[in-house]
Design a protein around this ligand. Structure first.
Ligand SMILES: [Zn+2]
Length: 451
């Protein structure tokens, strides 16, 4: 057995311990409601710190505020520079209705090869995989050229202000590395007999639009004396619902459609036809194509009126906007101005929540990820496509620090992404995915830093 395969088999040897580690992490309810005090990520960090200590791996817990810890562990290399950053986050989103869950959301029950619980997949599965990789590297005394750093951060689910954003502002040197692997990719999409791994290379931007719709108040018994802002709101909503964003197929992703058995060359004129032709058989892919070919402007919250018997004077409408990497704030401004033409009583302001971001698709690091995945999953019909995520992760902060960051969790090829239910009811992670992920994390570190 080669040295590489021997290391991989050491992961299989500790199968049961991997399950326990994941279960222990899921059982800590590090729920992030977005309203302080929340998160309690320090408790997860303390567990990890103790676990790492057993294997003689040093780590530090850095709190942005009390209770909201970030953990950074390091295996030192020959030179004291960070070669690779393993990234994940310790917080989880709230459980909407625990009654609907088959098992209590923090019980981490193992059933049919899956661990059920909030955070099992997002993001404690990846965290487990990376911790295991670190442990195997350490136990085998692998000489690394440069440091390998593990970061599991707080507050990813609410924008990272107490997590990676805070670390990037206060301790950038600790999380700056040649390359980083994070959530946001590395799951499998099946199409026409191929197993296709998605590599997360970027993220759509997210902006928030606040519209103020004004009218004038009057007693509701004589409404004609006023001007009801709700009727203007109705017009705004109608226009938003009918909005036809320009189609755009300029992302690199669209060059990979032949890998997905889509033979027609996409252009702005035919992309919607392509989408409808695959919608029935491959809804996740259709949805992805739709999201990556246009801006979305989605009204999400409305607020207004002060009394049940008063004609409302002011209504506030909030919209969530997702932009493609090249669509600027001016582009959105133009779209909104056109959309709201002839509605003088509507004003808007735009806030950037996350700028669109990306890392290069052609990179020696991406070659390593592909190569290692082939060796780990031992299949020869593998393909890869670079994807831009519709949501965002902490990768935007490390990309901003100049760290090429890739979303790549390294799922098992047979794991069905449709049953993971990230952020939903009965969230779960396949044990096989954690094990495959651990091997891919391990192999990537070896090829990058020990070859
Ligand atoms: Zn996540």
């Amino acid at each position: 057995m080669t040295f590489f395969n021997n290391l991989l088999s050491q992961v299989d040897d500790i199968h049961d311990e991997i399950i326990t580690l994941e279960q222990d992490l899921v059982k800590i309810p590090s729920v992030n409601t977005g309203k302080m005090p929340t998160g309690n990520e320090t408790q997860v960090c303390e567990y990890i710190h103790k676990w790492l200590k057993k294997y003689d791996i040093s780590s530090e817990i850095i709190e942005s505020v009390p209770g909201r810890g970030n953990i950074i562990a390091k295996l030192p290399g020959k030179i004291d520079q960070n070669g690779l950053l393993y990234m994940s986050h310790t917080d989880v989103v709230p459980v909407e209705n625990a009654e609907k869950w088959e098992y209590p959301p923090f019980s981490a029950i193992l059933k049919n090869g899956r661990i059920y619980g909030r955070g099992a997949s997002d993001c404690k599965g990846l965290l487990t995989a990376q911790l295991i990789a670190l442990r195997i590297l350490k136990q085998n005394n692998i000489q690394l050229n440069k440091n390998i750093v593990l970061l599991s951060a707080a507050d990813e689910e609410h924008g990272g202000r107490y997590g990676v954003k805070w670390l990037a502002d206060n301790h950038p040197e600790k999380i700056t590395a040649d390359f980083a692997i994070n959530e946001g990719g590395g799951r499998v999409l099946r199409s026409a007999g191929s197993i296709i791994y998605m590599i997360g290379v970027g993220e759509k931007g997210r902006l928030q639009v606040e519209m103020t719709i004004r009218g004038s108040s009057a007693h509701a018994s004589i409404p004609w004396k006023g001007e009801n802002a709700l009727f203007t709101l109705a017009e705004v909503l109608k226009r938003l619902s009918n909005y036809l964003p320009a189609k755009d197929v300029s992302l690199e992703f669209f060059n990979y459609l032949p890998n997905l058995a889509i033979e027609d060359k996409p252009d702005p004129g035919n992309i919607d036809e392509i989408i409808s032709s695959i919608e029935k058989n491959n809804p996740p892919l259709a949805s992805m194509l739709k999201a990556l070919s246009r801006i979305t402007i989605t009204p999400t919250m409305v607020n207004g009126g002060i009394k049940s018997n008063s004609v409302p004077e002011t209504i506030n409408l909030t919209c969530d906007v997702r932009t493609l990497p090249h669509q600027t704030i001016e582009y959105l401004e133009n779209e909104l101005n056109t959309l709201l033409t002839d509605l003088p009583n509507v004003e808007f302001s735009i806030d950037y929540m996350a700028i669109p971001n990306s890392s290069p698709i052609k990179s020696p690091f991406v070659d390593i990820l592909k190569n290692v995945t082939s060796q780990v999953v031992k299949k020869n019909n593998l393909q890869w496509i670079p994807t831009i995520s519709t949501g965002f992760t902490d990768s935007r902060f490390t990309r901003d620090l100049g760290v090429p960051t890739y979303g790549y969790e390294g799922a098992h090829p047979d794991d069905d992404p449709l049953i993971i239910n990230v952020h939903g009811t009965n969230e779960s992670e396949a044990v096989s995915t954690i094990i495959t992920g651990a091997k891919i994390m391990l192999g990537t570190a070896l090829k990058l830093l020990a070859d």
